[in-house]
Design a protein around this ligand. Structure first.
Ligand SMILES: Nc1ncnc2c1ncn2[C@@H]1O[C@H](COP(=O)(O)OP(=O)(O)O)[C@@H](O)[C@H]1O
Ligand SMILES: [Mg+2]
Length: 431
């Protein structure tokens, strides 16, 4: 038909609401890539509500790793269970996004109200609950907990809640969701009850297979005249995963690409070229977002990984990374952490995908429980995914890190020089 006719047809066939599943506020029933987390979290929280014991759960991970969506799903299942079982009426649910709070201690007010102790302070509720086993169990989710934790008063509230859930009579299942992956460590540090660790779930960023699956599922629900080719979805997934793995970015990119195609051309299918154009507008560099979420010593450990490796994806022994880490700490005038803490940093880096373990044995599963000696852990090889460009992108603008990054660069260069002299596989350093 004539161009005018085609315009009209497009408008009729594709009303704006047809892309509702490509909005970032839409939460689908199924969450591909998070099945394992959902299963574990659901089992744990359900047991807690059915058998009535308190618990603190910290869910952390970079933005766009599906934390909110996963917990929303879990809460709705828990609610359903609560409605069916005999403990019906004895479980309450409260979901608070910390960004909507005016003050940190509003958390306390909300909990007091939900438990039927209006106006009580946390200490008063704690006391009242000692002999109030008939009180409903409260499932309290604090989303965007970074917001609360960024102030002193807020820190105190979260620590108190955590401490409270260590008492058997406490009727609270407390779930805190945050971007900062060290939130739990910081809470435990303030409480100084080292033997009681909260349960921590760190959501690692989605990989490109996950993202593809998620986008496909969402496209199936969407309806548009515009066809989206497999290659475009895969292109967007790879593009997003090479920087942050933030699923929000991927969804946004796909939606923008479709809309651009719908409105600017007569083409009936999305092209990689148009996806690329949208991507260029939206992207930063590789891993930068993840690095930005890391706390100080973990960042330095990340720098050390890069310093100890010559090329992306190169295998480096933990020992060499620890050596580089100590040097960088000295450079930053910081006391290097103990080997045990260092293994925790490596675990965090493994969790967030900055390094990958190469053998079946990951550092994460080898330390802590004393399964392997420190000696053996030090010998484990890791694949380093971050590069100097990532470090520059993430930390390049802060004074301390600028210096560190240039130190990393010179260490890398020194390493390259020694590697040239000795056969590649025999590269060793003494610790
Ligand atoms: N596994 C998944 N499958 C489908 N959609 C997802 C998945 N994970 C996240 N999303 C969607 O991505 C968006 C952002 O996820 P969200 O849970 O808010 O991330 P976070 O809380 O970690 O920042 C939401 O629209 C959510 O529905
Ligand atoms: Mg969220």
């Amino acid at each position: 038909g004539t161009p005018a006719r085609m315009e009209l047809k497009k408008l009729q066939a594709a009303p704006p609401s047809s892309l509702h599943s490509l909005s970032t506020s839409y939460i689908p029933d199924e969450l591909p890539g998070r099945q394992a987390e959902i299963e574990k979290l659901l089992k744990l929280t359900n047991a807690c509500l059915v058998r009535r014991y308190p618990k603190s759960v910290f869910v952390t991970g970079c933005p766009g790793t599906g934390k909110t969506a996963t917990l929303k799903k879990i809460c709705s299942e828990l609610r359903e269970n609560a409605g069916q079982r005999q403990y019906k009426g004895k479980t309450k649910f409260e979901w608070v996004a910390a960004t909507t709070l005016r003050r940190e201690d509003e958390v306390t007010t909300l909990i007091a109200d939900a438990l039927g102790f209006p106006g009580y302070s946390l200490e008063e509720i704690e006391e009242a609950c000692e002999d109030a086993m008939h009180k409903p169990m409260l499932c309290f989710v604090l989303d965007e907990a970074d917001q609360v934790f960024s102030t002193k008063a807020g820190k105190a509230v979260i620590s108190k809640l955590f401490r409270w859930t260590l008492r058997p009579a406490c009727p609270l299942l407390f779930v805190a969701i945050a971007n900062a992956i060290d939130l739990a460590h910081r809470v435990v540090a303030t409480v100084a009850i080292q033997q009681h660790k909260p349960i921590v779930f760190n959501f690692r960023p989605y990989d490109s297979d996950d993202v593809q699956q998620i986008l496909h599922a969402r496209l199936e629900v969407a309806s548009s005249e515009i066809a989206v080719d497999e290659t475009v979805v895969s292109f967007i997934a790879k593009k997003v995963c090479s920087s942050s793995g933030d699923i929000r970015k991927a969804i946004e990119m796909l939606r923008k690409t479709i809309i651009t195609t719908e409105t600017t051309s007569d083409v009936k299918s999305v092209t990689i070229a148009s996806a690329n154009k949208v991507a260029l507008d939206a992207m930063g560099t590789r891993l930068v977002k993840i690095l930005n979420c890391l706390p100080q010593h973990v960042r330095i450990a990340a720098c050390a990984c890069v310093a100890a490796s010559l090329a992306p994806d190169e295998e480096v022994a933990v020992r060499d990374i620890y050596f580089a880490y100590q040097q960088l700490c000295r450079r930053a005038m910081l006391e290097p952490s103990s080997q045990a803490s260092f293994f925790e940093y490596i675990t965090a880096l493994e969790d967030s995908g900055v390094v990958l373990s190469t053998k079946s044995r990951s550092v994460k599963n080898s330390t802590g429980l004393g399964k392997l000696s420190i000696q053996k852990c030090f010998a484990l090889p890791l694949r380093v995914r971050a590069t100097i460009a990532d470090l520059k992108g993430a930390f390049g603008t802060t004074v301390l890190y600028k210096e560190l990054v240039s130190e990393v660069q010179s260490q890398q260069e020194a390493l390259a020089a020694t590697t040239l002299e000795t056969p590649p596989r025999k590269r060793r350093r003494k610790v």
